[in-house]
Structures are given as structure tokens and as C-alpha cells.
Design a protein around this ligand. Structure first.
Ligand SMILES: [Zn+2]
Length: 281
């Protein structure tokens, strides 16, 4: 009896180990129903084990493929950002960009420049072509103070309401006006009101312009009061932030010193849009 039990144990053990290594279970059916069940269990376990490894390999392959895909998307995105649109700066560089739209204005540009000079901040001015034509000395004053000049179209119209040819013309005339006054080529632009679609950005790209949007809109244009502007500004203040402000409202000039101090206090440096774009590459 003891010999029979030992034989069964040996057969079972053999079956078990052979199941781990290969699918050789040919001797098992000789021991009857119990062994039949065992055969089924072991081969099932072996299949499950193989399946598990197959799944692991599949998951691993998928993981690699997914990573490669994500990498491609990231690269495509950064190329797109570098050449067509910029929504924010490099999230790993603790910097923000102050941007001023709609100038130059005879009653605000110089005051704005005085504040920026006092705090040693360089900003980006998205200027309107017809204003530049009207106030070329103010455009020169912005440029001479070392700020970056960018194109905010010629007429400051909603580009989504214009034909493609009219959109081309807005960018072209904006570029030309700045070139006539300052003799420089402009690299960045912003559509009025942030109204754009791919026709607008494609048109800008054809004129050598990268479209710049923003991350932080404190709503200074509506002049809701210094506190409201500060609150909104702080809500969205973040690394790589592009802060939308305007050359025109008195409250922008009033709130600017506090804004600059707060930006510095939180450890951000200031960048112009060309510096920010360079850091995106
Ligand atoms: Zn504007």
C-alpha cells in the first residue's frame, strides 16, 4: 500500500514539474481519473503561465510602442509650438513673460515704459500697425528701451470675420509698418482678442510669424479695479506663464509695480517672447 501511495506521489510530482518546463505529460493517463484531473489542471496552469508571460510581453511591447508614440506626439507638439503657436513657456523654467497689447498710445506708453525701466523688466509689446504709423516715436521709445516688438495686426480687427486675403494683409501691413519705422523683422504676433483659427495661424506663419496666446488674463482692459486685476493675475500665475496686459488702461500702469514685485517674490524671472520661444526648443 505504501509503495502504491509513493508511486502516485512520484507520478504526481513528476507531472507537476514536467508541466512547469514543457508540455510532456504523456505518462500521466496511466494512473486513472485522479491523474486525468491533474493533467487537466497542470496543462491549464501551464497555459495560464504561458499566457501570463505572453501578456507581460504584450504589455511590455505596448508600453514601448505607447512611449514611442507619446514621444512622437511630444516632438510634433513642440515643433508646432516652436513654429506656429505658443501658448506657454517651458514648464521647467521658472519664468513668465509680460506682454502688452494695443499700443502705442500717446497717453500711456511712456508711463508704462517708465515703470518697466524702474523695475528693470523687459516685456513684449504686441503693437497695432496703424498706431505705429500714427506714433512712430513711441514705437521707437519701446524698442530703444530693449523691449521686444511684435505684430498685433494693422487695424486690430477680429480676424475670424475677415477673408483669408484680408488676414494676410493684416499681418503683412503690421510687419511692414514696424519694418518701416524700426528697420527690423518681426517674429511674433497675436491676433486681436485672441480670435484665431488655423487659417489665421497659417497666414501668420506664411509671413514669418509665430502666434503667441496667453495663460494669464487679469482683465486689465476692462479696468475692474487694482484688486480684481491682482486677484485674477495671481490665480493664473504659473511657470512659463504668458501674462496678457494692455498698453492703454490707467489701472494697468497703477497695478504693474505690485505685479512685478509679486512675480519676483515668487521666484520667477522675466522673459521676452523670443527668450521664451528659445527655451521651448
Ligand atoms: Zn488687442
Amino acid at each position: 500500500m505504501k509503495k502504491v501511495v509513493l508511486a502516485i506521489i512520484l507520478i504526481i510530482t513528476g507531472a507537476f514539474f514536467s508541466g512547469c518546463n514543457s508540455n510532456s505529460l504523456s505518462f500521466v493517463p496511466d494512473i486513472g481519473d485522479a491523474a486525468g484531473t491533474l493533467t487537466y489542471t497542470v496543462s491549464n496552469w501551464t497555459d495560464a503561465n504561458n499566457h501570463y508571460h505572453a501578456m507581460l510581453k504584450f504589455n511590455h511591447d505596448m508600453y514601448i510602442k505607447l512611449n514611442q508614440l507619446q514621444d512622437q506626439i511630444r516632438r510634433a507638439k513642440s515643433e508646432k509650438i516652436a513654429h506656429t503657436e505658443i501658448y506657454y513657456g517651458n514648464p521647467n523654467i521658472r519664468a513668465v513673460a509680460l506682454t502688452f497689447d494695443d499700443g502705442p498710445h500717446p497717453w500711456s506708453t511712456k508711463k508704462l515704459l517708465a515703470v518697466l525701466k524702474k523695475y528693470h523688466v523687459k516685456a513684449t509689446f504686441f503693437v497695432v500697425g496703424k498706431m505705429c504709423q500714427q506714433y512712430p516715436q513711441l514705437l521707437k521709445a519701446i524698442y530703444d528701451d530693449g523691449h521686444l516688438i511684435a505684430n498685433h495686426t494693422y487695424n486690430h480687427k477680429n480676424l475670424l470675420r475677415l477673408t483669408p486675403a484680408q488676414i494676410d494683409e493684416e499681418w503683412r501691413m503690421g510687419n511692414n509698418t514696424i519694418r518701416t519705422v524700426l528697420g527690423i523683422k518681426v517674429d511674433f504676433c497675436r491676433p486681436p482678442g485672441g480670435n484665431f483659427d488655423y487659417i489665421v495661424t497659417d497666414s501668420a506663419k506664411k509671413k514669418g510669424l509665430t502666434t503667441v496666446l496667453w495663460t494669464d488674463d487679469p482683465g486689465d482692459y476692462a479696468q475692474p479695479g487694482k484688486e480684481v486685476i491682482m486677484d485674477k493675475f495671481l490665480d493664473f500665475l504659473d511657470t512659463g506663464g504668458i501674462i496678457l496686459l494692455h498698453d492703454g488702461p490707467q489701472q494697468t500702469i497703477d497695478v504693474l509695480p505690485e505685479m512685478i514685485k509679486e512675480i519676483r517674490k515668487r521666484g520667477y524671472k522675466f522673459q521676452t517672447m523670443d527668450e521664451m520661444a528659445r527655451d521651448l526648443k
